[in-house]
Design a protein around this ligand. Structure first.
Ligand code: AMP
Ligand code: MG
Length: 503
């Protein structure tokens, strides 16, 4: 007799269509931290996108979609069991200027559910689910366009291995919301262990409410950094660790050419996650000064500025935590690690991108010369590194696919001589290097134009391209020859695409 393993695996216990029952950890904070409220219903919601990968992190499968309440629950039309919805208050520095109180102006947290891996709880938040006391001039809504972008990019970043909030689903509605033009409304269900921001700390500091500041820090420590509680000064340890995570995150963004676009302190996660996807972009024609956010005229958040802004934001957090950390010296000591962490991680990631297994003094020059070629020739960032992985040390005549990306070919050829010599010096094996490089240099990233095509179809109620793009970006490092066109250079029309803060 044979035992059919797949049959036993499909036992009823695996049936995970059951929607979660919520706990409300954030609501245990004092009432000053939030406002309890109900989402504003959206009429006749429909499903635009669903992430099985995100769902799996809370023990759900696509079977959850069969639940007749699914759409209503994740549009905010119905409140799930145990959920006590709330909007949190926070403040922040926007474009380097103190902006005062902000808060969840259009996001409503439903509460938290158990993580499938048994490690803690995951908060679920509806973004675009109606006005809150923190909406200021806003309408509390999000448009389908920006909701699809957030959904696709959260999941793409997770697949790239970069810390990020997740997106469970996007629901849409034909209800119109006014931006530059009238657009249809949508709701993204985002997930993260916590949505606490640097600006959540700044809020209490600038209001001189140091008791609440301490309550917040203690809760963050207890829930997310319990190992730091044993340290002599847990607040200093917390600042040190958040600084470290932020520096790591910046190095990871740079390495895949991700640009956030709005690195205000209210968009910086206390867990070191990529948070609040707005006018983000992935680097295409390489230009370190590239500004992905049309609204950012000064280029404060350009590609090359991100690491410094990440550090600036840590300083803003340090300022806010000063009353807890206790002294300027300790605060400075906690922040001091940023550069070393960033540089070490960047060096490691760049070496991996070039397939270098060892570090040598001459590498800095080699890498600088490579970036100069990328910059001067406006070479597509993603394609360059992917094709570089195909280089064979003994076959310069096979470099055509890489050379095709570059106008000044003699410059590349000269650099390639150096690069080959460097590879030879460490006895690099073509086959192994190719595999290693392809495992860190994605073939597929969420190019703006790809998102745009999916959005335009979705606006016609055809969500197939959202699903297709999502499926491709789920495996960014795999060849997927059947999807070759998704890895190609953007078409001419894409150069006119602009993304702004309007969302
Ligand atoms: P962002 O630049 O997207 O991080 O948003 C900054 C602040 O504006 C946050 O407090 C948001 O909640 C709020 N906000 C953005 N868009 C809206 C909107 N349509 N309605 C209400 N609040 C919004
Ligand atoms: Mg924000």
């Amino acid at each position: 007799m044979t035992i059919n393993i797949s049959d036993t695996a499909a036992a009823p216990a695996q049936q995970t269509g059951a929607l979660p029952s919520f706990g409300n950890r954030f609501a245990e904070l004092p009432p000053a931290f939030y406002t309890r409220l109900q989402p504003t219903p959206l009429p006749a919601p429909y499903l635009v996108g669903f992430s099985e990968d995100a769902a799996a992190t809370i023990g759900l499968t696509a079977a959850a979609l069969q639940d007749p309440d699914f759409l209503d629950l994740f549009t905010g039309n119905r409140i799930g069991a145990g959920s006590q919805p709330l909007a949190a208050v926070y403040s922040g520095h926007q474009f380097g200027v103190w902006a005062g109180q902000l808060g969840d102006g259009r996001a409503i947290s439903l509460g938290d559910v158990a993580a499938a891996d048994g490690r803690g709880r995951i908060e679920l938040q509806l973004k675009g689910s109606g006005k809150t006391p923190y909406s200021r001039m806003g309408d509390g809504r999000a448009v389908l366009r920006s909701s699809i972008r957030e959904f696709l990019c959260s999941e793409a970043m997770a697949a790239l291995g970069i810390p990020t909030t997740r997106a469970l689903a996007v629901t849409g509605s034909d209800q119109r919301v006014q931006r530059e033009t009238a657009e249809s409304a949508a709701v993204v269900t985002r997930m993260a262990p916590s949505f606490v921001r640097f600006g959540s700390f700044e809020h209490w500091y600038y209001n001189q409410r140091f008791d609440e500041l301490k309550v917040l820090a203690d809760a963050v420590l207890a829930q997310f950094y319990p190992e730091l509680l044993a340290q002599a000064n847990p607040y200093k340890a917390l600042l040190t660790e958040v600084t470290r995570r932020t520096a790591e995150l910046m190095a990871q963004w740079q390495a895949v050419g991700f640009m956030h676009g709005v690195m205000n302190t209210d968009n910086m996660s206390i867990l070191g996650l990529t948070l609040d996807y707005g006018p983000f972009g992935f680097m295409e024609a390489f230009d370190p000064r590239h500004i992905c956010n049309h609204t950012d005229q000064q280029g404060r958040y350009s590609y090359q500025m991100q690491p410094r802004i990440g550090q600036w934001n840590c300083f803003a957090l340090g300022q806010a935590m000063l009353p807890l950390v206790g002294s300027v010296e300790d605060t400075e000591a906690a922040l001091a690690g940023y550069e070393a962490v960033f540089e070490a991680r960047q060096e490691q990631l760049l070496h991996a991108k070039l397939g270098l297994a060892t570090v040598r003094p001459e590498d800095e020059q080699l890498i600088d010369a490579m970036f100069a070629i990328l910059r001067e020739n406006r070479v597509d960032f993603t394609l360059f590194f992917r094709r570089l992985g195909e280089l064979r040390v003994g076959e310069p005549q096979a470099d055509e696919p890489i050379r095709d990306l570059i106008i000044d070919r003699p410059a590349f050829d000269a650099w390639a001589v150096q690069y080959r010599a460097r590879l030879q010096a460490e006895g690099s094996d073509d086959g192994r290097r190719r595999l290693a490089m392809h495992a860190v240099n994605p073939k597929y990233v969420l190019r703006n134009y790809l998102a745009q095509v999916a959005i335009e179809k979705a606006q016609q109620r055809d969500f197939s391209e959202v699903a297709k793009l999502q499926a491709i970006l789920r495996r960014p490092y795999d060849e997927q020859p059947e999807h070759e066109q998704y890895a190609e250079l953007p078409p001419g029309w894409a150069s006119h695409l602009e993304v702004s803060c309007s969302s």
